[in-house]
Design a protein around this ligand. Sequence first.
Ligand code: UN1
Length: 503
Amino acid sequence: MTDFQKILSDNDLENLRNGDLKVFTPVDGSLIAEVQQDSASDVDQVVANSKTAFDAWKVTPAPVRGELVRLLGEELRAAKDSLGELVTLECGKILSEGLGEVQEMIDICDFAVGLSRQLYGLTISSERPGHHMREMWQPLGPVAVITAFNFPVAVWSWNAAIALVCGDSVIWKPSEKTPLTAMACVKIFEKAVARFKADGNECPDNLVQLLIGQADVGQALTDHHDIPLVSATGSTRMGKAVGEQVAKRMGRSLLELGGNNAMIVAPSADLEMTKRAVLFSAVGTAGQRCTTLRRLIVHESVKDELVSSLVSAYGSLKVGSPLDGETLVGPLIDEDSFNNMQQALNNAKEQGGDILVGGGRSNVDGCDEGYYAAPSIVDMPEQSAVVETETFAPILYVMTYRDLDDAIALQNNVPQGLSSCIFTTDIREAEYFLSSAGSDCGIANVNIGPSGAEIGGAFGGEKETGGGRESGSDSWKAYMRRQTQTVNYSTELPLAQGVTFDV
Ligand code: UN1
């Protein structure tokens, strides 16, 4: 038995053969499963099932709904090692990050359990005597969750854990590149459901359903009138299509799309700390996070010192199989991704860029068909077109600045607006960066890289990043329907605004 088969069987994923979707691991490019796909014609039935589940779930008390999510968190704790390994096998991120992704799922479950006893509304003073007003949050309906290959399980859990405590049912369409991790998650969820029922709780069938398929399946879901919310994570191109389709039918979309995240490095920055933060955020996950650091905007007085220490650190990065505990840089997801990286590097050169390190294909013993790339740093004379484009690969563009306002303008002057950060020990600069004159992104950090956010905050960004917020804070409100209620407990019927209408 190869290790790959063991990872699959540890996740209850045996005998996945003869399906029409071939699943390749990016680790060595080999075929690991053939999964049966759904088609667009299956979508109507899945949505109908989800509506039935929703009708039962919406009247289940929220803290009871929270109990199911608590059990899901427990099952995820038990499955952490095996699911983390499967994440690594299927999407290629290193083991520590695969485990981190499952931890992110556990964390959001804990958050959602607490939330299930909150979901607070407001009370509002009425202008009329003998009346009170309040705002209630009601369950919304079946929620479609479309996820990307790079966080194949965590992003689903941000949506599902919150949607479930809010009283919604969930239909999940994972990336066609990562169906196995999705299937494993649904099996884990089903274990939680079995325990929930064994404890005497009622749980409708089809509360969480999986749709494995191509873009036409996603499109049928987005077009469906019975789906009030589509939460989609992926490229800006995909998100624009989803946003338009959902808007046409007056549905709601929650979009978490491309990022083009920058770090400003000020003269007072702790350069050793800065270097470590750059390495994790530019090279981690082989540059395939939406929060990956893609632009380094460094003050001209510290550029040479920082960049030369980065170039030498890049030279000693261990690129290799992500299942090997020593590796820091695993493979890109596939050949297309590697080709896109090469194209971006060529464009950068044409636009005056100087490749300081990396960029080529790295050979990894025993993984010949895997696409491993040496992370690259490119010195750019200006923020040209290639720098304004998100390339999902480990390329870090370096630019310099003299004046902080210019650095902030450079950082904001891209179409995307997800994450941003400044490295400085000057409190004035730090607070200015966080002020209304500073970063225009959904996430702004001081002395922390742009990636690796905790679940407690709202996650998402502005402009072409799509504007949606998932995960913590009050993101739950996107998964509920707001209702303003006015109750008259008097014996009169006064009208608002002093209007009289006496018959
Ligand atoms: C993504 O890349 O789509 O902040 C999500 C981070 C992770 C989530 C990334 N917690 O980098």
